[in-house]
Ligand binder design. Structure first.
Ligand code: ACO
Length: 334
């Protein structure tokens, strides 16, 4: 039997799309709900406002908007899609996965569709890693989405976490044909000894969802060791940039733009410093959207491209971290 050779580097980005809901939630809006101030949020995080989904929107709606834009950008129809991966921690329902709903809503054929859930904000870049191997082995067009509707699932009483997040979705279509950018390489890793620094415990088998968990608010309680997350984020995101560049034999001086996960402006500044890149070559939109979880990197990619921050010939590096503790970085040659 003939074996297929994995041709690393054959995956290309064919289209990019993004979507954020219309409703703007400012720091002052939060200050009217919890004991916080615009000054505290701005100085600690750089966030000024974020977008929240409307009451009649759900995770699927955000996915559909971003996916349709990415497909239109690629000049493809839904029926051209050969596989769907949705990275999210805030799915449409508990079961089945959001990807199944999306496949039907978009009008794709009965192609494989699955979620990458629970990997926090690293999910989209991890999904790129999976997608490129699916393209190498199965030569199909893969729709990859990062989406979060965090505002509906986390506590609106806990000021330590609620002010950090926003809703949105970003999507790319990948394939082996001519495209906008070649996915040169992806690095990814997980440190499972750090599951406790960012976790939402209730709802799983360890603490099933009950009247008591609902009464206590445990089902919406995000446990976060902010300082440890901060340290790990800087270490792993800058390490991801170094690793992916060394794998492709390039240096930080060759990079036109780094698009990091948008958790916090102070984290982004520290990552840039450690990676050795000036801030004018780092994309930042955390001030407008907050932390949109697994949507943040594809949303950044979409916005950067729309704002003409990316030109043909540019080397662009994506880097992300998330609960797990996961990290992943990707190099794109436009
Ligand atoms: N408004 C006012 N005060 C607040 C708020 C708020 N929204 N939240 C916390 N505080 C208070 C705390 O109660 C605490 O008060 P205390 O000192 O009286 O106990 C104090 O502020 C904490 O202040 P600092 O320790 O100085 O806060 P720090 O500088 O560590 O900033 C932050 C906190 C912003 C959470 C920071 O640690 C951080 O950014 N960590 C990374 C967290 C992150 O990005 N998480 C992303 C989640 S998911 C992901 O992206 C993978």
């Amino acid at each position: 039997m003939m074996s297929r050779r994995l041709e690393v580097g054959m995956a290309r980005i064919l289209g990019i799309g993004g979507y954020v809901p219309d409703k703007v939630m400012t720091n002052d809006d939060w200050a009217a709900i919890v004991d916080t101030t615009d000054e505290w949020i701005t100085t600690r995080t750089g966030i000024k406002e974020r977008r929240f989904a409307a009451e009649d929107e759900s995770t699927l709606d955000l996915c559909v908007h971003a996916a349709e834009r990415a497909l239109a950008d690629a000049g493809l129809a839904a029926t051209d899609v050969g596989e769907i991966i949705v990275a999210t921690d805030t799915p449409e329902v508990y079961m089945p996965d959001t990807a199944s709903f999306l496949q039907h809503r978009l009008g794709c054929d009965t192609v494989p569709a699955y979620d990458l859930g629970g990997s926090g904000c690293a999910g989209f870049v991890q999904a790129l890693d999976i997608a490129r191997s699916r393209i190498a082995f199965a030569d199909r067009k893969v729709l990859v989405i990062g989406v979060e509707l965090i505002s509906r699932l986390i506590s609106w009483q806990e000021r330590e976490t609620c002010v950090l997040f926003g809703d949105g979705a970003g999507a790319v279509v990948l394939g082996s044909g001519a495209g906008q950018a070649e996915l040169l390489d992806v690095v990814a890793g997980t440190d499972g000894s750090k599951t406790d620094i960012l976790t939402l415990v209730a709802g799983g088998t360890r603490m099933p969802f009950t009247i008591e968990t609902a009464r206590s608010g445990a089902h919406q309680h995000l446990e976060m060791n902010g300082r440890e997350v901060f340290k790990q984020a800087v270490h792993r995101m800058s390490g991801g940039v170094d690793d992916v560049l060394s794998r492709i034999g390039r240096t930080i001086d060759d990079v036109a733009l780094v698009i990091p996960h948008q958790a916090n402006k102070r984290i982004i500044d520290a990552v840039a410093k450690k990676a050795g890149i000036e801030l004018d070559r780092v994309f930042v939109n955390v001030q407008s959207f907050g932390n949109t979880g697994s949507a943040s990197v594809p949303l950044g990619l979409w916005q950067a491209r729309e704002a003409n921050r990316i030109a043909e010939g540019d080397l662009v590096v994506l880097t992300a971290f998330g609960a797990g503790f996961h990290w992943a970085a990707a190099a794109l040659q436009f």
